[in-house]
Design a protein around this ligand. Structure first.
Ligand code: NCD
Length: 310
C-alpha cells in the first residue's frame, strides 16, 4: 500500500498511487459504509475558525460512521481560547492530548502547517483562508471518477472565483496527478487563477487555457466546476459588487455540454447556478457533497487505522 501522508495539509503531498489507493478505498467504504472500517474508541476533534456546514458535518458524520467519536469547537473564533489570545501551537498541544486527529478550518493561509508542527496527532486542513482545501479536492476527484468512470483524458472547466476560491485552487493542482487533462479557466478578469497555481500546472504538464466565455468553455467540457464568488475575502463591497453575478450557469450551458458531461460545485451556491439546473441528471453537486462523507471516511481510515491510540 502506498504511504499515506501523516497530515493532510496540501494537495502537493499526494502522489498518483496514493490518490488511486484513496479512490479505491472510498469505493469500498461506499459499497459497505457500516462494516469493517472501524475506528471504535478513536476521537476526532473539529476546530472551525470559519463557517462551515458540509465540511465539518461530513467529517463528523464520517467519524461516527466509522465507530469513532467527535469533539467539536464549531465557532472557535468566538468560543475557543483563541479569543483569550492562545496561540495555535498551544491549542495544538492541548487538543492532541484530547483527540486522535484534528480537523481545522482557519482564515490564515498556512495555519494548518503551524498546527501540525505542534501536534502529536494527524492534522487535516479543512480550508486555510484562500489557499487550500485538500479534502474538498480529493472528494471532487472521487466524484469525477464515480460519475464519469475515469479521471484521465478529461477537459475540466473551473469557473467563477478562481482567485480567492481555495476549492478550485486545490482541485486544479490535484488535477496535475491525472493524465491528458485540459483545464479551462473561466473567470472575470479580476478573479483569475493566481500565478502560483499556473506555475504548478505547467510544472505538472497540465494543458490549461483561459476562456472567459462560459458557453464556449461548457461546450468542450466533461466537467464544469462552478464556484461561489468569495464575498468574505474581498477588500471592499464595491469590489465584490463589480463581479457579483458575472458567472451564472443556466440550462443554455448544460445543453451544449458533451454527452455525459457533469456540473459540479463545492457548495454553498449563492446565485451562480440557476435552480432550474438542479433537475438535470448532469447536476452532480448534491451527489458530490454526499461523496464527502465516503471520501472523509477513507481519509480518516488511512490516517488513523494503523496509529496507536492516545
Ligand atoms: C468551500 C470552502 O469553504 O472553501 N465550501 C466547502 O468547503 N464545500 C467553497 C465556498 O465556500 O465557496
Amino acid at each position: 500500500m502506498p504511504v499515506f501522508p501523516d497530515h493532510v495539509l496540501r494537495v502537493d503531498q499526494f502522489t498518483r498511487p496514493v490518490l488511486d489507493d484513496l479512490l479505491s478505498m472510498t469505493g469500498q467504504v461506499r459499497r459497505d459504509p457500516a462494516a469493517e472500517y472501524r475506528l471504535r474508541g478513536r476521537i476526532l476533534a473539529t476546530l472551525f475558525y470559519e463557517p462551515s456546514t458540509r465540511t465539518r458535518m461530513s467529517f463528523e458524520s464520517a467519524m461516527l460512521r466509522l465507530g469513532g467519536q467527535v469533539i467539536s469547537a464549531e465557532a472557535a473564533a468566538d468560543t475557543s481560547s483563541a479569543t483569550k489570545g492562545e496561540t495555535l501551537e498551544d491549542t495544538a498541544r492541548m487538543i492532541s492530548s484530547y483527540a486522535d486527529a484534528i480537523v481545522m478550518r482557519h482564515p490564515v493561509a498556512g495555519a494548518a502547517e503551524h498546527l501540525a508542527a505542534a501536534s502529536n496527532v494527524p492534522v487535516i486542513n479543512a480550508g486555510d483562508g484562500p489557499r487550500e482545501h485538500p479534502t474538498q479536492a480529493l472528494l471532487d476527484i472521487y466524484t469525477i471518477h464515480h460519475e464519469l468512470g475515469r479521471i484521465d483524458d478529461l477537459t475540466v472547466t473551473l469557473a467563477g472565483d478562481l482567485l480567492y476560491g481555495r476549492a478550485p485552487r486545490s482541485l486544479a493542482m490535484l488535477l496535475g496527478l491525472t493524465r491528458n487533462t485540459r483545464v479551462i479557466l473561466c473567470a472575470p478578469d479580476a478573479l483569475g487563477m493566481a500565478p502560483d497555481v499556473l506555475a504548478r500546472l505547467s510544472e505538472q504538464g497540465v494543458a490549461y487555457e483561459v476562456e472567459p466565455d462560459l458557453l464556449k468553455a461548457a461546450s468542450r467540457s466533461n466537467v464544469v466546476y462552478m464556484t461561489r464568488i468569495q464575498k468574505e475575502r474581498f477588500p471592499s463591497a464595491e469590489a465584490y459588487n463589480a463581479v457579483r453575478g458575472s458567472y451564472v450557469l443556466g440550462m443554455e450551458h448544460v445543453e451544449v455540454m458533451p454527452e455525459k458531461g457533469i456540473i459540479m460545485h463545492p457548495l454553498p451556491r449563492v446565485d451562480e447556478i440557476d435552480y432550474a439546473v438542479d433537475a438535470s441528471p448532469r447536476a452532480a453537486y448534491f451527489r458530490q457533497a454526499k461523496n464527502g462523507v465516503y471520501v472523509r471516511m477513507a481519509i480518516l481510515d488511512r490516517l488513523l487505522r494503523h496509529r496507536r491510540v492516545g
